[in-house]
Design a protein around this ligand. Structure first.
Ligand code: NAX
Length: 487
């Protein structure tokens, strides 16, 4: 019988091929990801012989299989469960699943009794049949976009029983915290099948308010929430954390100098870095900083947590990217998703550089579509100062729901991979594009396998180089202003 889930898998395979060809992705892998199960070598000749007899490799088999499925000729797929399992594993691997996902799938598959495995097999066959009937009925319709949404193969459902992700959120009773926590709990951040344990940190004065937030969380009856911790102790909040989202920070008070703001926040983030180092999951913890000044707070947190690789820390610049891309889409009268490769460079501050020089609308360069004067005099300052504009419009209250949403996007991409799409993120610099090693600088990155790689070797013109350098210099000054705290 033909399998429509396999049709979809083939589409993902094509995407993956394209991604590999770009060669812009440099992998930083840390923690336990990337481990292969020595027992299963899906590239071995035995495996190919078993699942794809007569073919050179699995990809060739897959392509042939696909074209047969599209022409409506019946295709045999091996029926024994062990083989189907290996095929599923190979499909997941080809479509960019992490080693961790593959291991989980394998573990869960093995946990099932033969009877359960048979039931899953039956269910998937029935579902495929329904799709097939619909496709036969509406022959002139292109089903590929619809099929791509039904990507849950029976094998992937094995992933549903994953361990909960422990997510620590600081400043949990603040504005952003309130807009964020409910979205994490609903599954928007880690996906609708990943349970979460929320570990919420606040200052002692805000614990009562946090209690109210927890009551509301309870009242939502989110099925994915497997536990909630509400505390004013960083060590409790970060205990065993897979992800730490550092939102809480000291706001800039009236008359406060930027250097005071830097110092006061540096003190908070040193304490939190030390606590993360002591009690979080070590090399498997990932940390995203939102609290301002976000890049330098990330630098301080990472410097205080030597057991966690610096590549696991990042400062959020996705809100700036989202702000910019929306303005571009409005200007060009297109959809957000039609614009690719728009990027924020540098610091999350007014020196950030929102850059369209690599961006495309479908196959056209944005630099050919956008008025240059609008770009330099309206767009760039507009993105840089958007935060202040929002504060003005909201009578003194800063961006909250949009910041929370950008954080959901940031972690979703890091956790799930971007399949070749670029995302802006302030990550540890090893000197790329002339930035001082060790700073956290916003670059275009591609996520895969719970890690990221900077898109390298992009041509940088003089205009861009000057803007990028300006932000770099500001980050160096911020680093120097907090140097005393790192001795
Ligand atoms: P709020 O003042 O509403 O909330 C901050 C919360 O953090 C408060 O509840 C406070 O009690 C708590 N807090 C303070 N110190 C803490 C500590 N040591 N441990 C735990 N909790 C602590 O601010 P909110 O609007 O939520 O903004 C939070 C931070 O995000 C600010 O620093 C803000 O500047 C920054 N932003 C960063 C953005 C970005 O794109 N990176 C954009 C939005 C936002 O401006």
């Amino acid at each position: 019988m033909r399998s429509l889930s396999s049709l979809f898998k083939g589409q993902r395979l094509v995407k993956k091929k394209r991604f590999t060809r770009t060669k812009v992705y440099r992998k930083y892998s840390s923690g336990e990801h990337g481990k292969e199960d020595p027992k299963v070598n899906v590239d071995s000749e035995d495996f190919i012989k078993k699942v794809a007899p007569g073919f050179e490799d699995y990809k060739q088999f897959k392509n042939q299989f696909l074209s047969q499925a599209f022409t409506g000729k019946p295709v045999d797929i091996p029926q024994d469960l062990e083989t189907r399992f290996y095929m599923a594993r190979k499909n997941m691997e080809l479509s960019g699943a992490s080693a961790e996902d593959l291991d989980t799938m394998q573990k869960n598959f093995k946990k099932m009794t033969p009877k359960q495995q048979k039931i899953v097999d039956e269910v998937i066959k029935k579902r495929d049949q329904v799709f097939q009937d619909v496709m036969n009925k509406y022959k002139n319709v292109d089903f590929s976009p619809i099929l791509s949404r039904f990507n849950m193969t029976a094998e992937q459902t094995f992933r549903s029983e994953t361990e909960p992700v422990r997510v620590a959120v600081t400043g949990a009773a603040g504005q952003i915290g309130y807009a964020l926590i409910f979205r994490i709990a609903s599954g928007a951040m880690f996906g609708p099948k990943t349970p979460v344990i929320l570990q919420l940190l606040e200052v002692p004065q805000a614990l009562n308010s946090l209690k109210g937030v927890v009551m509301e969380l309870d009242d939502c009856a989110f099925p994915l929430v497997r536990g909630i911790v509400a505390t004013d102790s960083p060590e409790k909040a970060f205990e065993g954390a897979d992800w730490a989202l550092l939102v809480g920070a000291k706001p800039r008070g009236p008359g406060m100098e930027r250097s005071d703001l830097l110092q006061q926040n540096a003190a908070i983030f040193s304490v939190q870095g030390k606590a993360l180092n002591k009690v979080a999951k070590g090399k498997n913890t990932r940390v995203v900083v939102v609290g301002n000044p976000a890049n330098t707070n990330t630098y301080i947190t990472s410097a205080n947590a030597p057991l966690i690789p610096p590549q696991n820390f990042a400062a959020m610049t996705r809100l700036d990217q989202n702000r910019g891309i929306t303005q571009l889409a409005i200007n060009l009268k297109c959809n957000i998703n039609d614009i690719k490769n728009f990027v924020i460079w540098g610091n999350h501050s007014a020196t950030q550089f929102p850059d369209i020089s690599h961006a495309r609308l479908k196959d056209k360069l944005l630099t050919d579509l956008v008025d240059k004067k609008w770009y330099t005099s309206t767009f760039i300052p507009g993105v840089q100062k958007r935060g202040a504009e929002v504060i003005k419009a909201k009578d003194g209250k800063s961006s909250a729901a949009s910041a929370a949403s950008a954080l959901v996007d940031t972690v979703y991409d890091w956790y799930n991979g971007t399949k070749g799409r670029w995302a802006s993120l302030a990550v540890y610099s090893s000197g790329e594009y002339g930035v001082t090693k060790g700073l956290f600088y916003s670059y275009p990155v591609i996520h895969n396998n719970n890690s990221w790689g900077i898109v390298e070797d992009l041509p940088i013109d003089q205009f861009a180089a000057e803007k990028m350098e300006q932000s770099h210099q500001e980050l160096l000054q911020e680093r120097d202003a907090v140097a005393n705290l790192l001795k």
